[in-house]
Each structure stands twice: as C-alpha cells, then as structure tokens.
Design a protein around this ligand. Structure first.
Ligand SMILES: C[S@@+](CC[C@H](N)C(=O)[O-])C[C@H]1O[C@@H](n2cnc3c(N)ncnc32)[C@H](O)[C@@H]1O
Length: 221
C-alpha cells in the first residue's frame, strides 16, 4: 500500500473518530454516571493526588470530568481532544470548577507540541478509543520530558480465557456503536510505546487499572 493510501486511511479514521465522539458528547456524562458512582470518582481522585508539578497535558479530556481533580498549585494545564463538541463541554466544566486549562482540538496520534514539553501526561479511558493506540502512546512519550511521568486509568482486556473471549465478542458492538474497544491490551501497548511501567494497580479485577509510567531509559551498565 502506498503512503498516500496510508495517509487517506488515517484521515478517514480520524474523521470517523471525530464524528463518533461529537455524537457521544451530548449524552456522555449521563451515560458514564453509573461508572462514576461505582468507583471512578475515587479512582480519578487517587490518580490526580500523585500528579507531578509543572506543565501538564491531559489527552482525550472529553467533557472535562477530570478538571474537578486538577490540583491548582504550581501547574499549568493543557488538554486536547479530537472532538470539538467534547471540548465545548470541557470548557464549561473547567470554568465551573474554576480551573484554567488551554483546550485544543488535536489528534493524540499526531500531536503538534514540540518534544519534551510536559512534566506529566494524563489520560483516563482514552487509549481504548484512539484508533492507533500505540502511535498515540508514542506521541505521549515524545512530548513528555525525560524525567516526566505518564498517568493512566484505562480499562483493558481481562486476562482470564473465558472472560477475555467474551470481551472480544462484545467488542464488535462497543467499537461500532460507541467508539471504544473493550479488548485492548493497553498495559502491553504502553510498554510497546517505549514506557517503563513503575506502578500498575488493579482498580476493578484486572479490567480497570491505574498505571504510572515513565519514558524507558536504557540503564547504565
Ligand atoms: C471514553 S472518552 C474519555 C473521556 C475522559 N477522559 C473521561 O475520563 O471520561 C474518550 C475521549 O477520547 C477522545 N479521543 C478519541 N480518539 C482521540 C484521538 N485520536 N485524539 C484525541 N482524542 C481522542 C474522545 O473524543 C473522547 O473525548
């Protein structure tokens, strides 16, 4: 396949993702409310309690649900999303939570920031939906400073054989209808993208996990 065909396919995937998430923006908060009540609020608070200081990038900010947990002191926030409708909601949410955030429409797979711009990157429930997750995670590593920290809460394919297969089958519906995949191996993808995982905490079975990672460094011998 030629490079222009590759480019066309990437553009098409980007447009599809944008349209899907624009459609979802209107009901996302209602739809995700049960998950928030069942534990996600606590998980988000936990994730942001370990946020380093400095320039922070949130990838896939969605409706801005995390802005409530952004610590104010010594931090500057930038947040991106592929969906303009999500960003509209995030703007209102950030204002309501009295947070200053530079909100930008941008594709996680091809970020416009210079390398090594941020002290921390954060993503919650995002790499289940980015069309090429390893490419998005490589970009997260590129824009992160050498001693920076990446923080994730992601759901992923469970390890058990039967449950794993059930998730594979259900994924046909979730990926088409809502735009996210429930059978991604995101911990492996994080490593593939050049991160070293320094903490992996199971939040709900092995499905929801909190991961702290840093750019992989070749150790001195
Ligand atoms: C499941 S929602 C999660 C929203 C929020 N982070 C949360 O925790 O509720 C996934 C978000 O990722 C965004 N997204 C999907 N693909 C993207 C991409 N390639 N680049 C940037 N954002 C993307 C969607 O628009 C959506 O807002």
């Amino acid at each position: 396949m030629g490079s222009s065909e590759n480019f066309d396919m990437r553009e098409k995937a980007k447009m599809n993702a944008k349209q899907k998430w624009d459609r979802t923006a209107r009901f996302y908060d209602v739809w995700s409310a049960p998950m928030e009540m069942m534990g996600a609020k606590k998980w988000r608070a936990l994730l942001f309690s370990g946020l380093p200081e400095g320039n922070i990038l949130e990838i896939g900010v969605g409706t801005g649900i995390n802005t409530e947990y952004y610590p104010n002191e010594n931090r500057e926030y930038t947040a991106i999303d592929i969906s303009p409708k999500m960003l509209e909601k995030a703007k209102a949410r950030a204002e309501k939570n009295d947070k200053t955030v530079d909100l930008i429409e941008m594709n996680a797979e091809s970020m416009q920031f210079p390398s090594k711009s941020f002290n921390a990157v954060v993503a919650t429930c995002v790499f289940c939906s980015v069309p090429d997750p390893v490419q998005g995670l490589r970009e997260a590593r590129r824009v992160l400073k050498k001693d920076g920290m990446a923080l994730f809460i992601e759901h992923m394919r469970p390890g058990g054989r039967v449950l794993g297969k059930i998730f594979d089958i259900m994924n046909h519906a979730t990926s088409r209808l809502i735009g996210f995949n429930i059978n991604r191996r995101t911990a492996e993808n994080i490593k593939k993208a050049g991160f070293e995982i320094i903490e992996e905490r199971y939040l709900f079975r092995d499905i929801f996990r909190l991961i702290r990672a840093r750019p992989y460094r070749v150790k001195d011998s």
